[in-house]
Design a protein around this ligand. Sequence first.
Ligand SMILES: [Zn+2]
Length: 295
Amino acid sequence: MHSLRNLLQEAQGNGVAIGHFNISDLVLLKAVFAAARELNVPVLVGLSEGEREFVGVRQIAAFVRSLREEFDFPIFLNADHTHSLAKGVEAAKAGFDSIVFDLSALPIEENVRQTKQAVEALKAINPSVLVEGEIGDIGTGSEIHESSPDVVKGLSTPGEAKHFVESTGVDILAPAVGNTHGMLRSMVQGETKKHLDIERIVGIKRAAQVFITLHGGSGTDDEDLRKAIAAGINIIHINTELRVAWRHGLEHGLSTHPGEVVPYKILPPAVEAVKQVVGSRLRLFKGGRHAAQGA
Ligand SMILES: [Zn+2]
């Protein structure tokens, strides 16, 4: 079985990105796993601190490990948006493959100082764990927002990216390149799309020379995602789109089975709805730079 680092290197060489999908229950995990197996592409499942709190840190690690082993399939586990070293240590000890250590809300030098310490502490627990650091402001909350944040003021620069990566030793960088967490209601309805600063991604990739993650991928224009992969994005996070599908699927399951109380009879439409979204995103990421116009 390949390690996550090997698979990222392979994806980078092939000009494709690995999909990262947030989960907080079995419906979401089943849907992500089924879609990835159908397309036969490696996949990352991630849980933020809140999602881990709900599912259980060691419990989700055991579950994902059992899928990986039983099906001999490259499914990996990420501790998304971890805001304290204690929570990172907990995830590393449980066997998570990667940890997003996110102190992007702090001033950059404080972010550098504490992220460097975290990289050392987490790799002392598991030398092969990948640590991702985050710079810039991409907002919080993978939810439906009523108004859009000011994307421009929190954008990352190539110089900042280079300084951060060289000073901290992170394996993966999450910059702010026009991406934001969550979706506007108009995006859920398909009326508007997020757009990315592709030139900024090119500059950051060249300066930082590490794997790069795009957070907040939900609601992003397909062509922008293809160009972002061509520009050097290696991992793309999708959360809100899955949550929207989960809710619609659940409502469908409940309304088509009035009076039903058996969970495994109510929930399949929710699994199917999420699986459709994951499948369409994975097909796009798999096409990668080869599908981008002019790339
Ligand atoms: Zn994120």
